[in-house]
Design a protein. Structure first.
Length: 259
């Protein structure tokens, strides 16, 4: 290359060589690019055309979860903690209080009600409203009570549901089924001599039957324990004529405790 060439001359020569296919400034031997295999173009990544896939939710067997949690509870405080930690019952989210029990755990009589009402939700104890006051008078008529110091004359009270349902509605079958393992464990830990089921909900949960007007007053068995279905005190407040049958049922309980 003549050293007298100008910058523009040198650039024009370089561009001419690039047009001819030159890629390297220095090379020992020429390269015949017509004999080289053409490089295959890289495939472009496919762009999804449809909506993103919907993640599949894993269905949880809430009854199995409840059974495992209840089985691990070795005493009543552990059972209460397991129930409070159970997050699969939607009723819990709208309730103010967790209502576990009241009375003497050493009592011979265990009463199972339906679910807390407004007053029970406020107090955190079962049967404290008008129905609870009537229940206390009923029990007092046969010398029983939740405040009795003597375990032989005291009672222990709980409910199928530990949380108040919205608007005091009746718990549905799914809600009863998921809380049943806790109730069964509750009865096993208390180990009473007699179980009283007050109302249709506990009868449905533990006996698989409803129709309290037909099955009340007839002794049956729950988890190996003598069991008597009775009218709920709230029902007696609305139907005072049924108090005669309730009194007969109380006498049945008293007679069973004596024998």
């Amino acid at each position: 290359m003549d050293s007298g060439n100008t910058y523009w001359d040198d650039r024009a020569l370089l561009e001419w060589q690039v047009e001819l296919g030159a890629t390297d400034a220095i090379q020992d031997t020429p390269v015949d690019r017509y004999t080289l295999e053409a490089a295959k173009p890289k495939p472009k990544p496919e762009t999804p055309t449809g909506p993103p896939p919907i993640p599949v939710e894993v269905e949880v067997d809430v009854v199995a979860v409840a059974k495992a949690a209840a089985a691990n509870a070795t005493d009543l405080p552990a059972l209460a903690a397991a129930m409070q930690a159970f997050e699969h019952c939607e009723i819990k989210r709208g309730a103010r209080s967790f209502v576990f029990s009241d009375g003497n755990p050493e009592a011979r009589v265990m009463i199972v009600g339906e679910a807390p009402g407004r007053e029970e939700d406020r107090a955190g104890k079962p049967f404290v409203g008008r129905a609870g006051q009537l229940l206390d008078r009923m029990l007092g008529a046969i010398n029983l009570g939740r405040a009795q110091e003597d375990a032989a004359r005291s009672v222990y009270i709980t409910n199928v549901m530990p949380w108040r349902p919205p608007s005091n509605r009746t718990p549905d079958n799914e809600e009863i089924a998921m809380m049943l393992p806790f109730l069964e464990r509750h009865i096993a830990l208390v180990d009473p001599d007699v179980v009283i089921l007050m109302g249709n909900t506990p009868c449905q949960a533990l006996l698989g039957r409803t129709g309290i007007t037909r099955i009340r007053g007839t002794w049956t068995e729950v988890l190996g324990k003598p069991c008597l279905p009775m009218f709920h005190p709230a029902y007696l407040l609305r139907n005072t004529a049924a108090k005669r049958e309730a009194w007969a049922d109380l006498l049945e309980v008293n007679a069973r405790l004596k024998t």
